[in-house]
Structure formats: structure tokens, C-alpha cells
Design a protein around this ligand. Sequence first.
Ligand SMILES: [Fe+2]
Length: 234
Amino acid sequence: MALPVSCREVFSSIEGCGYWFSAAVSPGEAEAIIQGLGIVLLVTDVTVRPGKALVTSDQALDYHTDHHRADFICWHCIEQTDQGGETMLLDSYQLLAGLPPATAAKLRQIQLHEHKVFNGDQERFPLLSKRFDRDKLYYSFWMLKGGVQQELKAAFMEFKRLTEEASPIRFKLQPGDFLIIDNGRMLHGRTAIQGHKPRHLRRFWIAKPNPNEGEPHASIGNTGSYFAEANQPA
Ligand SMILES: [Fe+2]
């Protein structure tokens, strides 16, 4: 299939600014790009529907990263509501650069709670770690649970304050729009979903193969079935 861009171009954009965006991407093109990025771990249809999962609620979502095993998150827009539902991105590397080194060092000591999605998942994951020789951020402010040393909590709140003061990159995704982010770098959130039209994004969690880890486990595999029934929401 002829792609609108090469995967090298997509990687280059993500490497440079943390994300890649294109309008008018067909399902086949999206699938080809996704297959070039890595291994599909999970596919979720993000729509508003009853249940406890925040991602499929109509609520605004504050800045966070998704599951730590997703190196990339891809959203392909199928339908968009007529009010709200904007995607917001923040570059954590820029935020971290604004922190004193001592504060960043404290962030590396913080373990955040994480929902179990895959077999073998642990209950916690470090807020700041290393992957592919780069900083990897895992962040959800509501996942700071249990007793935390005061000095670590102060560092955490300082980082949270930076997220609140920063100006996000905003996308109101339209049908055919395709957005990919580095989930270890870019925080994402969204505004509340309002309006009278349904909103439907197909979300893909992608693991970048790591020669030191072998094949990612618990993947659904790259079956080439973009429209295969999506997995349960995370
Ligand atoms: Fe998310």
C-alpha cells in the first residue's frame, strides 16, 4: 500500500517533538503505519458509554500517560462530537527541564499505582525511569496512593503545578485524523465530551520492539485486521 508518509518520517517527527499528526488517513494507511511502529498491545474503541472506565466516560481527563508498556499511543478518529472532546498534549521533557535537578531526582524515587491490564502487571511503576536510554515518564496525578515521603510529595506537586501552568498543544480530531504520541514523553488529556454528535476514536497501544527484552508478551499481534473487534477498554 502506498503510504502518505514513510514510517521513517513518522519516527523522525515523534523523535523530534514527541508526536506525529496527519489528516485524511485511511484505515488501511493507519494500519500500515501502526505495523511499522511496533507490536499492537491493545486496541480500544474510545466512545462514550456507561461504565466505570474514565476513558469511555464523557468527563474531562487531566494530563496523564497510559499504561507503561505502550511506547506509542495512536488515535484514529472515526467520529467527532460537535462540542468538546479536544485532545491536549504536553511535552514532559520541556516540563522536566524546568525543574531543579534535585527535584527531578526525587521524581525518580516515586512509584505510582497502575491499573493491571496485562498478565504479570505489577501494581506500581516509577514516575520517571529509563527506556531506550532516554527518560520515560509514567504519570497520572490520581495514581499517587499510599504513604509518600513529604519531600517526594512536594516534588510531585511541583511537577503537577507545571502541568497546570503549561500551554498544551490542542487537537480537535476530525474523521480521518491520525495522531501518534510517544507515551513515555507526551502527557495527554482531553476536554469534556459534550454536544450532540457521537465521538469515536480507535486507540492503539503499541510497543516498540526492544532487542534486550525479546518479543513483547500479551500482545494481540499485528493481524492486519484494523477493523477487528476492539479489545475491552482499559
Ligand atoms: Fe489516556
